[in-house]
Design a binder for this molecule. Structure first.
Ligand code: CMP
Length: 147
């Protein structure tokens, strides 16, 4: 998910293009304004933490872009592209290392495990995603060479 700061800073598509360029396949994309109920569901695991109220405030302040990407090792690849939660620890070359300065304005949220991804996809895309493969996916998969 591209958080409100990505849209406010006019770098949403610049950031999305990094994932596309890496080779990941977009299977869902949606611009939306997040209401409090959705924010509370999305950040349920953080309820009770000292930054929870700020998290909800930030994500409901302005539209976000929710996206689903698929590909080999997608979760690990996306998390490494996004970089450390604390931008001061994010390596250069990662999104947060290149664009972010503080934790609550860290531009992107990325699912941390297949189970979390499944829950978040259901929350943001209740009608499901667009399942397809591209011809190029044969060339970038690790299991067999194209025939
Ligand atoms: P995100 O990937 O959206 O998941 C939870 C968010 O909480 C995280 O990105 C940060 O924006 C924020 N966050 C996590 N830890 C802290 C912290 N210690 N202080 C402030 N914000 C935090």
């Amino acid at each position: 998910m591209l958080k409100p700061d990505a849209i406010q800073r006019s770098i949403a598509f610049e950031l999305l293009s990094r994932f596309e360029r890496r080779g990941l396949r977009f299977t869902a994309l949606r611009l939306l304004k997040v209401d409090r109920a959705m924010a509370e569901k999305h950040y349920a695991v953080h309820k009770g933490k000292f930054f929870y109220d700020d998290l909800v405030k930030v994500i409901t302040a302005s539209p976000v872009v929710a996206a689903v990407v698929e590909g080999p090792n997608a979760i690990a690849v996306v998390r490494s592209m996004v970089g450390s939660t604390r931008p001061q620890e994010a390596t250069e070359g990662s999104i947060r290392g290149d664009y972010a300065l503080v934790g609550l304005r860290n531009l992107v949220h990325a699912s941390d495990a297949p189970e979390t991804a499944a829950t978040e996809i259901k929350l943001w895309f209740p009608d499901g995603v667009v399942e397809y493969t591209r011809d190029i996916d044969r060339w970038t998969s690790e299991d067999k060479a194209p025939s």
